[in-house]
Every structure is written in structure tokens, then in C-alpha cells.
Design a protein around this ligand. Structure first.
Ligand code: FPP
Length: 250
């Protein structure tokens, strides 16, 4: 991880700072994890689901209230069809296999992204999961599936344009709050921390609006290796960051 180890003084400061309320993760490196082991890429994604399962448990245990994970981007349609099919199958597997336990654990599932291009059985499955878990309060799990940050902003802009056209609002009523309210992520606060695994240093169209003031952390591990220990390291480092939101801080 590209983060200096906290000094003793900074650790003392970190102890009194809360963990992120909303953690977002770009789960990258499944393919390289598989390649390093001579396995097909789909095996890397399968291990990625296991890492996701561990991550949900760790987040709930560590007091994180919102977790958003990037599972399939609108740009991932450019991958070979077999890999796209594998990712869709893994979403089916994740929801079917883990839904009952996630529900018992108080996890509220939300799927963020475009419904366009998703097959009817996937839509039915995710609608069921969202509806079953809608009143859970321990952890909100936003699964970004068929998600793109620019597309999210465009969809909000179209809704606002329609509202103006119908006379429901004036152009000057459009402010940042009005846009935020229409985003797919509107039921969660802005992410405090965005982690990307695999060592790549970019956002790849993830949470472009809500992540405007997120702390970013890039970890030199592949996603299937992520676990509670790595999450704790990231949270410790986050607690040492000074967040100023464009001001001078305290
Ligand atoms: C990036 O790794 C990861 C993805 C494109 C998909 C992430 C998906 C999962 C962790 C599993 C699916 C989970 C659900 C709930 C559907 P990569 O393939 O780009 O890896 P590489 O950069 O090493 O090739």
C-alpha cells in the first residue's frame, strides 16, 4: 500500500477518529491473480466473490455503515462474451447463495447502475434481493453493477431536464443537492474512502460525483487476497488522514 506507516503520535490521533462511514472499493486484479496461478480468469473472479463475502462481514464487524463495490462497469461490456457471462453468473451465484445469510446479518442490498442491457432473470433476482432486505439497517451494501459514474450523472441530468420541461422546477432550482438526490447512490452518504486494489492508480469512472472529496487509497494486492487485515490497515491509514474539504482544517 502506498501509505507511510503511522507514527506513534499519529496513531494516537487516529484512535479518536471514527472509521469511514461509507467505504467504496474498486475490486481490481482478479485476472492477474488467476494468471499468476495458471488459472482461467473466471477463477479469479470466483475468488473475488469470496473476497467480497469476507469484506462484507469485516465491514459490518468494523462498524462501517455503507459499503459500495464495483462489480461490473459499463465499460466491461467490451470484454469477451465468455467473461461477461462469467461475471453475470457470479452475480446470480452471489445473490442466490448468500442472500439468506446477508439478510439474517442485517445487510441491506442495493444495486446501483443502469438496468439497460440486463437480462430479465437478473433484474428479477436483484429486485427480489433489494426488496427482501430493504428494511435492514446494519450495513448497506451497494453493488455497482452495469455502473458508470458519467452515466450516473447523465441520468440525473436527464431527470432534471424532464422536470424543467414539465414545469416542475426552474433551471435555477438545479443545485448540487438536486443532482445528488437523483444519483443511484443517493441512499448512502458520499464515500469517505475509496480503495482500489491491484496497484492501478485511477478511478475508472467510479463514483465521479459522490467521490469528489473521498480519500483515495491504492493497495498493491490483487482483490482475491483482500481480507479483514487489509481492511483494518486501510482504516488505520484513513484515520490518520487530515480531511479539509477545501478548507484549512482544524
Ligand atoms: C477487475 O479485475 C474486476 C472486475 C471487472 C469484476 C469484479 C468482480 C468481482 C470481484 C466478482 C463479482 C462479484 C459480483 C457480486 C458479481 P480484472 O478482471 O480487471 O483483473 P485484471 O485487471 O487483473 O485483469
Amino acid at each position: 500500500m502506498s501509505e507511510p506507516s503511522p507514527s506513534l503520535d499519529r496513531t494516537a490521533v487516529a484512535d479518536i477518529r471514527p472509521p469511514p462511514r461509507h467505504l467504496a472499493i474498486i475490486m481490481d486484479g482478479n485476472g492477474r491473480w488467476a494468471k499468476a496461478r495458471g488459472l482461467p480468469r473466471a477463477m479469479g473472479h470466483r475468488e473475488g466473490v469470496e473476497a467480497l463475502r469476507r469484506t462484507v462481514d469485516a465491514a459490518a464487524a468494523l462498524g462501517i455503515a455503507h459499503l459500495t463495490v464495483f462489480s461490473f462497469s459499463t465499460e466491461n461490456w467490451n470484454r469477451p462474451q465468455a467473461e461477461i457471462d462469467a461475471l453475470f453468473d457470479l452475480l446470480r451465484m452471489f445473490v442466490k447463495r448468500d442472500l439468506a445469510q446477508l439478510h439474517r446479518d442485517g445487510v441491506r442490498i442495493r444495486i446501483i447502475g443502469s438496468r439497460h442491457g440486463l437480462s430479465p432473470d437478473i433484474l428479477e433476482l436483484i429486485d427480489e434481493a433489494v426488496s427482501l432486505t430493504r428494511n435492514n439497517t446494519r450495513l448497506t451494501l451497494n453493488i455497482a453493477f452495469n455502473y458508470g459514474g458519467r452515466g450516473e450523472i447523465v441520468a440525473a441530468a436527464q431527470s432534471l431536464a424532464r422536470a424543467v420541461q414539465n414545469g416542475e422546477m426552474k433551471p435555477e432550482d438545479i443545485d448540487e443537492k438536486a443532482v445528488s438526490r437523483l444519483l443511484w447512490t443517493s441512499e448512502s452518504p458520499d464515500p469517505d474512502l475509496v480503495i482500489r486494489t491491484s496497484g492501478e492508480l485511477r478511478l475508472s469512472n467510479f463514483l465521479l460525483w459522490s467521490g469528489a472529496y473521498s480519500e483515495l487509497m491504492f493497495m498493491d494486492i490483487w482483490w482475491p487476497d483482500f481480507n479483514r487485515e487489509w481492511m483494518e490497515k486501510a482504516i488505520d491509514a484513513f484515520r490518520c488522514r487530515d480531511r479539509r474539504f477545501g478548507g484549512l482544517g482544524v
